[in-house]
Design a protein around this ligand. Structure first.
Ligand code: AMP
Length: 409
């Protein structure tokens, strides 16, 4: 492990003797649920290796997660609507089914119930605490919740990468109080993969950026500018860069206050002998919510009254050629409004191009990019898809994530 590795000084679940120990496992089980049914189990699936490891090694296991953003009333308790909408009950059922054990959902983590249950917990049982955000202390990093859970925690394990950029009670408060603390397998993989990009990416290193806004990605651009060989820019972000090049963009989304930044970035990247590649054609419409007049431009310019919703086929080919020689690729942000199938071709083609590069490390940043690559059908052919949207961006911005720092000895 290199001296600069983010994992230096952090223990892993494998470093502890878990037998008969009360292990608290903070997970990110924040899955989308529609009418009581989980519509995407990715985060649950990603948590299974650590849960299984803990159970197989004899831990008395308490797992916990947040789910959504429940509304709390003036007394700091969840509204009835939130209780119903954001309960982890469907998650408990899913875990029970996948692990083939009994999952006991405990509604009040601050009560005596968890301690009592742990005393007689059987091998084929584990405890799941109800949505941590039902308790006002979680997001405020309040002492009471952390102290209460610590009374029944011997070993604290964080495997919730997607929540580790937040200074919450079970992310930062608890590990500050518990001596035996470490990370699970998912955290380890996330950190290793993102470190690979940040610390010593193998060259040529290509970063593909897309999505809605330049402003959200400036931190990442700044932190990676000395390491990246080529930036491929698509999505709405590209129009701000095209505007900086004085190319007509019609009524496409442009961040006016970032046009100067984009223009300066061209110069800065050029001065480093690197390059920014922008779309050379676009799919355009007159209304973002209708594909009825969808057409492809022949040039980078977009006529007035029209707006770009995807990169065009010539751009796909250009990006694909650039990607051919890459050894490291990081991708964050879709190439167009991929949620509408008619505007998703560019995003899906770039996903495919990632899978065609021989011997490259290909990492996709979470959030919309993860959703896009899943929708493309190529998710299982990239090296790593981060489960954390905000967390992976903050990590790549060079920020220290509070949940990771709290785990150092
Ligand atoms: P982000 O969270 O910054 O990665 O942005 C993702 C969002 O950007 C998605 O919801 C896309 O629909 C949106 N997006 C991508 N390309 C465009 C575009 N050309 N015009 C408007 N929105 C876009």
């Amino acid at each position: 492990m290199s001296a600069k590795s983010t994992l230096a000084g952090i223990r892993s679940i494998e470093d502890f003797d878990l037998k008969d120990q009360r292990v608290f496992l903070r997970l990110d089980l924040n899955v989308p649920i529609k009418n009581g049914t989980i519509t995407d189990t990715t985060r649950i699936d990603a948590a299974l290796p650590t849960i299984r490891y803990a159970l197989e090694h004899g831990a008395k296991l308490v797992v916990a997660s947040h789910l959504g953003r429940p509304e709390l009333n003036s007394e700091g308790t969840p509204t009835d609507e939130s209780l119903a909408k954001y309960s982890l009950e469907p998650v408990a059922k899913k875990l029970q089914e996948l692990l083939n054990i009994e999952v006991i959902l405990v509604e009040e983590p601050e009560s005596e119930a968890p301690s009592a249950l742990l005393r007689s917990l059987k091998k084929n049982q584990m405890i799941l605490l109800e949505n941590l955000r039902f308790n006002k202390d979680e997001t405020k990093n309040g002492e009471e919740l952390a102290d209460a859970i610590c009374t029944y925690t011997d070993i604290y394990i964080n495997d919730a990468f997607g929540a580790s950029h937040r200074a919450h009670a079970t992310i930062v408060g608890m590990p500050t109080k518990v001596k035996q603390k470490g990370i699970g397998f998912l955290m380890k993989k996330e950190i290793e993969m993102l470190d690979k990009i940040m610390v010593a990416p193998e060259s040529p290193f290509i970063t593909i950026l897309g999505g809605a806004k330049v402003s959200d990605k400036i931190g990442v651009i700044e932190n990676l500018i000395d390491k990246v060989d080529v930036f491929l820019i698509g999505g709405a972000m590209a129009y701000t860069f095209l505007a900086a090049q004085k190319v007509a963009v019609g009524s496409s989304l442009v961040e006016k206050d970032k046009v100067k930044y984009a223009g300066d970035l061209f110069e800065r990247v050029k001065a480093r002998d690197k390059k920014i590649v922008l779309p050379v054609d676009h799919k355009i419409v007159t209304k973002i919510d209708s594909a009825s007049d969808l057409k492809t431009t022949a040039t980078p310019a977009i006529p007035s009254g029209w707006l770009g919703v995807d990169i065009g086929p010539k751009t796909v080919e250009l990006f694909r050629r650039e990607l051919q020689n890459a050894k490291t690729v990081f991708w964050n942000g879709p190439m167009g409004v991929f949620e509408t199938r008619a505007f998703a071709d560019g995003t899906f083609a770039v996903a495919k191009a990632l899978t065609e590069i021989p011997h490259a490390t290909t990492v996709v940043g979470g959030g919309d990019s993860a959703a896009a690559i899943k929708a493309s059908g190529y998710a299982d052919q990239v090296t790593h898809i981060s489960t954390g949207g905000g967390a992976s961006l903050e990590f790549l911005q060079g920020d220290k994530l509070p949940g990771i720092e709290a785990l150092r000895k």
